[in-house]
Design a protein around this ligand. Sequence first.
Ligand code: NAP
Length: 303
Amino acid sequence: MFDKVALIGIGLIGSSLSHVMRREGLAKTISISSRSQETLARAQALGLGNEFTLDAGEAVQDADLVIVCTPVGVCEQVAKTIAPSLKAGAIVTDVGSVKASVVSQMLPNLPDNVHLVPGHPIAGTEYSGPDSGFASLFENRWCILTPETSTDRDAISKLKTFWEKCGSQVEIMTATHHDLVLAITSHLPHLIAYNIVGTASDLETDTRSEVIKFSASGFRDFTRIAASDPTMWRDVFLHNKEAVLEILGRFSEDLSTLQRAIRKGDGEYLFDLFSKTRDIRRSIIEIGQDVESPNFGRHEAED
Ligand code: NAP
């Protein structure tokens, strides 16, 4: 599909893209840039690309497609670094879990002759780094694109085809809508997991060791999410502040209602709510976004 693709950042998502691009023959040349020499050397040892450089500007030279796979908090800095070296007509995209902030960080810093089409694959695991990627990560998962209304139609259509060839289904929406939807489906669940595991880690030493011993009773499923990369998630909350606070407000109200139901012994309320939530789980399995097996398909768990 492309003569040259540049991957800026080569962690879980960048390396998974490299694997799938090579499997599907989507790029003649894959050029890789990372912040540290250590990660770059690892990517080279794993054979993830054809060119390796610490200089993101050098990596994007002559690239038809540039995919920024770094934490969202550094998108402005990346845009400024690559801007002078971008080829006219290049498609610039990203994979960040937040979209409105990425647009405001990147759009003003890119030249007018390139096409910015922000993206977010709704696929991931709690692992990081170039060793953690695998070619099937995006299979049967959604990828959301959030172009501006003025963005070149051909560029959007080409990027859509690219993600479809990576195994994903593509949906297009506004950046703001994306951020609200992801605040409830991804950001709030991560916040709750970080909070529960944080509460447990603050317990007295003897109680804490029992929490770990008896974790199969529910706690361990939160620990998987709470093991996600701290830099990535710090940036997500700092860059999707408004939507997260809005959803968190609703969550807190619902939590207070639950608290009252327990205090008042309102079993009917609890039973009705837990039946409703079970139906949501069933519909997720029905549309193939998770499996029924008891480990929740943990290996290919969702972002
Ligand atoms: P990762 O495994 O931690 O890899 C991050 C990469 O970005 C590394 O190559 C790192 O380089 C590089 N990087 C970090 N800071 C940088 C900086 N200041 N300048 C240049 N490069 C920098 O992360 P990931 O899980 O692939 O996530 C990447 C993006 O994908 C994030 O924006 C995240 O929101 C999004 N995303 C993640 C998931 C998920 O489940 N993980 C799912 C969907 C979308 P060094 O190692 O050399 O420091």
